[in-house]
Design a protein. Sequence first.
Length: 42
Amino acid sequence: SSKHQETDRMWGMRQGARGYLGKPVAENDLIVQINELVEISA
């Protein structure tokens, strides 16, 4: 459920994750996450 995904996302962020993708993964969300990680590491 979306509430469960929100809990998982919040837990991941507290653990140091820089992003979270729920299932099913939307292609646009994946591209945005990749671009943000590339910018952070540059």
